[in-house]
Design a protein around this ligand. Structure first.
Ligand code: KE4
Length: 428
């Protein structure tokens, strides 16, 4: 692949945008090489500005379950745009999308829209603190919930479960209320509740997608639910990524544990900037203007974005069996990768949940962040760049998740597996 225009564009971008990107993961830092500048998308494919075509397994990090330039979503956006871009006043389309989502989840009676997953999670945590009158929160190592200050934490020293800032610019005071636990390890959560009687909520990605794809064990989630109930803490499922991706109802379509608050993003915007958080009435009614917990946003519930989200969800609700096809294709891909790696004595762990898939260059099953960190990220980087050279656009980090979209089919997947067979031979 010749990518001279992307190289020039990246040099230009770096002069005026930090790192040349508006979100760090896009800079290809963990895989090396030049990030591709994208000209356009079409169904399952994206085209860079040098005219190269790639099968897109990133899909804007999850939103594009219908692929690029889906006609129904485009038509919905164009119709909305013709009536205006934003009013800063209520519109009926917000109510329509809110009803659509509330009808799908018995754990959600009311929902509020915001403009990103970060905003949804930040608001959900403030709501949990306001509802319980408690200050501490528990999160899990390896889970990512956006970049709000109290969530940019890393494990503290030694026995302390309290987090320390993982980024300069976050004062220690802002993370002293954040306790860290180990994913799929209920003892580590019990320890948090022993260390604090002031826990407002436990937030978890019920299907973690930000340490690579690592689902929480059902029994672990059940024990988490019991612990929260016993200690008067709320359980927050961060389904910004897994929502409408692992199943039409996200993780809640696959396991029985019910959260108190759910956060969404990505798919519910159809590719436009949307986040959301929902819960029972008694929790959501704590939010201003009716309740005391302040939360706001100029473009929250933007009618163009709402129409994109409505169109995206409508297609999924009309054809819920689509998830069987998406999961079959995800399994076909990961089984193919696993077999190809095995032929070349390369250890590979794979995981699928609905339209989400992950693979680790690791000889052991990955159940938490410590396991994930043992993966061979150098081998991942080699695989990623070779696949890119062969027209396959994978997530540019071992600690991300891949996605199948509805515009993919068995032939496309089989061609990708053939490419992987060639690449594994080259890198083994
Ligand atoms: P945003 O603020 O990026 O819309 O959402 C934050 C967020 C919250 N919760 C979960 C479970 C998430 O996966 C995310 C964002 N996901 C990353 C991809 N791993 C977005 C990509 C990026 O940061 O550029």
């Amino acid at each position: 692949m010749q990518i001279t225009k992307s190289k020039t564009a990246f040099d230009e971008a770096k002069k005026v945008i930090p790192g040349g990107v508006d979100s760090p993961v896009r800079a290809f830092k963990s895989v090396g090489g030049t990030p591709l500048f994208i000209e356009k998308g079409e169904g399952a494919y994206i085209y860079d500005i040098d005219g190269n075509r790639y099968v897109d397994f990133v899909q804007s990090w999850g939103p594009l379950i219908h692929g690029h330039c889906d006609e129904d979503i485009q038509d919905a956006v164009i119709d909305a745009v013709k009536k205006g871009l934003s009013f800063g006043a209520p519109t009926t389309v917000e109510t329509e999308l809110a009803k659509e989502i509330c009808e799908m989840f018995d754990s959600i009676e009311k929902i509020r829209f915001v403009s990103s997953g970060t905003e949804a999670v930040m608001s959900a945590i403030r709501l949990a603190r306001g509802y319980t009158n408690k200050d501490d929160i528990v999160k899990f190592e390896g889970c990512y919930h956006g970049h709000s200050d109290s969530l940019l934490v890393q494990a503290g020293s030694g026995a302390a479960t309290f987090g320390t800032p993982s980024s300069p610019g976050v004062p220690a005071d802002f993370t002293k209320h954040t306790l860290l636990a180990k994913y799929n390890d209920i003892q580590s959560v019990k320890k948090c509740f022993e260390n604090s009687q002031d826990i407002a909520c436990v937030i978890i990605e019920p299907i973690a997608g930000n340490m690579g794809l690592v689902p929480a064990e059902e029994e672990f989630l059940e024990e988490l639910r019991e612990l929260c109930d016993k200690n008067g803490a709320l359980l927050i499922f961060d389904e910004v990524m897994s929502g409408f991706r692992a199943h039409l109802k996200g993780a809640q379509g696959l396991i029985k544990t019910k959260p108190d608050i759910v956060t969404f993003g990505k798919v519910i915007g159809g590719g436009m900037p949307v986040g959301a958080f929902g819960a029972r009435k008694d929790i959501m009614d704590k939010l201003s203007p009716d309740g005391p917990v302040y939360q706001a946003g100029t473009l929250s519930g933007n009618p163009v974005a709402m129409n994109a989200g409505l169109a995206s969800l409508a297609k999924l609700k009309k054809n819920p069996t689509i998830y069987d096809k998406l999961e079959m294709l995800a399994k076909r891909l990961t089984d193919g990768l696993k077999e190809a790696a095995k032929q070349n004595d390369i250890p590979l762990q794979t995981c699928v949940r609905g339209s989400m898939f992950g693979f680790f260059f690791n000889d052991k099953e990955v159940k938490n962040f410590d396991d994930a960190l043992k993966s061979d990220t150098k081998m991942f980087a080699k695989f990623h760049s070779k696949m890119l050279e062969n027209g396959v656009y994978l997530a540019c980090s071992q600690f991300e998740t891949g996605f199948i979209c509805t515009k993919m089919d068995e032939k496309l997947i089989d061609d990708v597996v053939k490419t992987a067979e060639k690449v594994f031979k080259e890198i083994s």
